[in-house]
Design a protein around this ligand. Sequence first.
Ligand code: HEC
Length: 164
Amino acid sequence: MLKRSLTMCVACVPLLLVFGCPTLPATCSSDTDCTGSNGVCSNGTCVECATDADCSSGQVCSASNTCVDCNTDADCATDEVCTSGTCGAASGGVDPVAGESFYTANGCIACHAADGSGGVGPNIQDETSAEIFARLSGAASHPVTVSGVTTEDTDNVAAWLNSL
Ligand code: HEC
């Protein structure tokens, strides 16, 4: 084992010189090769978890094989949202000002007018957040989608449109 590590290390030297120090993940063929907090062998690499069952109760396994409180809002209490793996209170409710900014920044004005009253596209002043989300996420037919759109964005847009 020591000899193998040394050989690997020698092989690393030119790489180190050229690219700086690469972080080599510990390799494994089964969980017994892994120790400490990264005690699970997944696809040849020691990681914290491969499935939710590897995490303590109440936690879930993230896409990057770490135990986190949540991957989606559904993993949190009903009135909480999931942000970067942590459950927390939804941030201060809806924000119509942010909604108007989103509407302007994403070019909705070109087809639905500055006040949502319509033009190329229909009047959308009375649309719900769910309807807007469906259109912008591509779930329902719409000429444009907004990459990375969240229900928080569409809650804000709906709040602003509905106030007009
Ligand atoms: C290129 C023109 C265009 C742009 C830009 C555009 N839309 Fe639309 N939108 C349309 C058209 C056309 C429809 C009708 C599509 C249909 O029903 O198949 C529509 C439909 C919708 C609907 C459904 C309306 C209904 O009556 O059910 C919503 C909600 C909506 N758009 C929101 C938005 C938002 C928010 C933006 C900005 C991110 C946006 N649209 C940008 C053209 C556009």
